[in-house]
Design a protein around this ligand. Structure first.
Ligand SMILES: *Cc1c(COP(=O)(O)O)cnc(C)c1O
Length: 405
């Protein structure tokens, strides 16, 4: 490679001086290239990436077909706006509809934006019916729905809301898996229930199937939107295209983002016809959403997942990951709960050692995520192999077993 990169400490200095301090001291690494599940840092060291940029790089790094098609797209056209028809946008909408519970799709650029759009659509559906007082949404404690003001209000974690109180939107938070509380929270003011099927950001907590079914039933009974936030669980991460398929439910509205573009920013609001038809021309919009580049990325990701075996690989590797972690748990008394589904996995330790274990893994060339003080998050690219997982398991065992420093 002929590019000349800044050193890590040079980048750090620029960041400290010019970037808003929302991330504090970051993990002291800066990557310059990647290939498959590997990332190369600016000092030349190679790491195995079991976090995929927070569950985003679904095809890993520098996936040959994605690189080729995106390069072609960049050389022909990046942006035209939705003032005009966009071929890739229409084709990706078709691909999502043909493979999901949705009848129509709208593309935006991030997960939070998709969730805001879902909230607007659910409200609009009630307005169309003349039910103007249905302005509340029921969401769950310890949920995460994004960082815009409405999605921060939807998020059921105080730490994300506190700096911005009072929030103007009305979201009622109930305890996950508490059917009674959920039933009580739904009133003649409610426009929808929004849930993640596996709460990712708060430590990988799957919801009970019974609770999810009851949420769907309540929505149907009250004619309000059953919204599933699939920003993290969607696009093959759980071994199916969307996680709601595991639960035997059919959301009115669901959102996708993270893995959909294989690293290129794209979000999607997906809805059945009944709800989708509440949006009329002018009701919603976007400048960047659904542009030729991001929707080309989405087309490659969906095609690779469904027609080229990547989702089957995710299902196989995910099952193998859980099998190996459960074996490891028998050898490592420090390991408590192992939660999640397929390639969305949380490993909870019985003591607050997650940061230390994460740092040791990193020293040995393995990248994972850390939530709170005691949970490791494992969300590798969907192309991860069993051999990669063997390396991960060996390294976790080493990191957990070595004496405290
Ligand atoms: C990451 C995430 C979001 C926010 O997505 P952004 O692209 O960061 O706006 C929303 N919901 C869930 C479940 C997420 O995991």
């Amino acid at each position: 490679m002929t590019e000349k990169h800044l050193t890590l400490s040079e980048v750090r200095e620029l960041d400290k001086k010019y970037y808003m301090n929302t991330f504090g001291d970051r993990t002291p690494l800066c990557f310059v290239s990647g290939s498959g599940i590997e990332l190369t840092a600016s000092d030349g060291r190679v790491y195995k990436d079991f976090f995929a940029g927070i569950a985003v790089s679904s095809l890993g790094h520098n996936y040959p077909r994605l690189t080729k098609e995106l390069s072609e797209q960049v050389s022909s056209l990046i942006h035209t706006s939705s003032v005009y028809y966009v071929e890739n946008q229409a084709r990706l909408a078709e691909a999502l509809v043909k493979n999901s519970a949705a009848d129509r799709v709208f593309f935006c650029s991030t997960g939070a934006e998709a969730n805001e759009g879902a909230i607007k659509l659910a409200k609009k559906y009630q307005v169309e019916k003349g039910e103007h007082n249905r302005i509340e949404f029921v969401t769950l404690k310890s949920s995460f729905h994004g960082r815009t003001l409405a999605t921060v209000a939807a998020t059921g974690q105080e730490k994300y809301q506190k700096p911005y109180l009072p929030l103007i939107e009305k979201f009622v938070h109930v305890e996950p898996n508490d059917v009674e509380a959920l039933t009580r929270a739904v009133s003649d003011k409610t426009a929808g229930i929004m849930i993640e099927l596996i709460q990712g950001e708060s430590g990988v907590h799957p919801l009970d199937a019974e609770f999810v079914k009851e949420a769907e039933r309540l929505c149907r009974a009250h004619d309000i939107a059953f919204i599933v936030d699939e920003v993290q669980t969607g696009v093959g991460r759980t071994g199916k295209l969307f996680a709601y398929e595991h639960y035997g439910v059919s959301p009115d509205i669901f959102t996708a983002a993270k893995g959909l573009g294989g690293g290129v920013p794209i979000g999607a609001i997906c809805a059945n016809e009944k709800f989708a038809s509440a949006f009329h021309p002018g009701d919603h919009g976007t400048t960047f959403g659904g542009n030729p580049l991001s929707t080309r990325a989405g087309l490659v990701v969906i095609d690779e997942l469904i027609n080229n075996g990547v989702m089957d690989n995710a299902a196989r590797s995910g099952a193998y990951l859980f099998e190996k972690l459960n074996d490891l748990k028998k050898r490592c008394p420090m390991i408590g709960d192992i939660r999640g589904l397929c390639l969305m996995c949380g490993v909870e330790f019985k003591e607050p050692v997650a940061a230390e274990v994460g740092a040791r893994l990193r020293e040995n060339g393995v990248l994972v995520g850390v939530v709170g003080s005691s949970v490791l998050r494992i969300t590798p690219p969907l192309i991860v192999s069993k051999e990669d997982i063997d390396v991960l398991i060996t390294e976790i065992e080493k990191a957990v077993s070595s004496p405290a420093r």
